[in-house]
Design a protein around this ligand. Structure first.
Ligand SMILES: [Fe+2]
Length: 173
């Protein structure tokens, strides 16, 4: 039995505010990709789906005159750091297992190299999965952040993913 479901996360106002800001469709697509990769690689499907769903929760709005300003973003962005912290706080508040919450936060912290000054990071399988899931759903010009979906539909799709995760957990017993 899992302590926190994807739909619990989705229903929380913090997720509603920040996951929606960086693109709910992108978050859901990444959660599905990460689930699939994790299942194939025998990595914890629940942590993978949650980390992928929350990976962009730390984004800030670097807009100037209504347009995304890439220079500002590149210079100032810390969305992976902010996201790791924000997701961790949210998960703990919802009653997540602290070991899992930490693992998810670290996967969010390492999901991109865009803010690293250089050098290679050695990632765990879970961290690699979240990075790959994000890259699989990326579109040129960042348009993956702008795809729209109705809230009710998003909830239904996440509920379906919760069921898939429960099924994998059930088979492990
Ligand atoms: Fe992303």
């Amino acid at each position: 039995m899992r302590d926190v479901l994807l739909t619990d996360i989705f229903n929380h106002h913090i997720a509603q505010k920040y996951v929606t800001r960086s693109g709910l469709v992108h978050a859901i697509a990444c959660a599905y990709h990460a689930f699939q990769y994790a299942k194939e690689q025998n990595v914890d499907v629940d942590s993978a789906a949650k980390a992928a769903f929350l990976h962009d929760i730390g984004h800030y709005t670097w807009y100037k005159n209504g347009n995304w300003d890439y220079d500002l973003y590149r210079q100032n962005d810390i969305h992976a750091i902010k996201g790791a912290e924000r997701a961790h706080k949210l998960l703990i508040r919802l009653g997540e297992n602290p070991v899992k919450a930490k693992e998810i936060a670290l996967a969010i912290l390492f999901h991109t190299d865009s803010y690293f000054p250089g050098g290679e990071i050695v990632r765990t399988p879970l961290q690699e999965i979240v990075k790959k899931a994000d890259e699989k759903d990326e579109e040129p010009g960042g348009s993956h952040h702008y795809r729209q979906i109705e809230i009710e539909r998003a909830f239904r799709i996440l509920k379906r993913l919760d069921k898939k995760i429960d099924k994998v957990y059930g088979e492990l017993k």
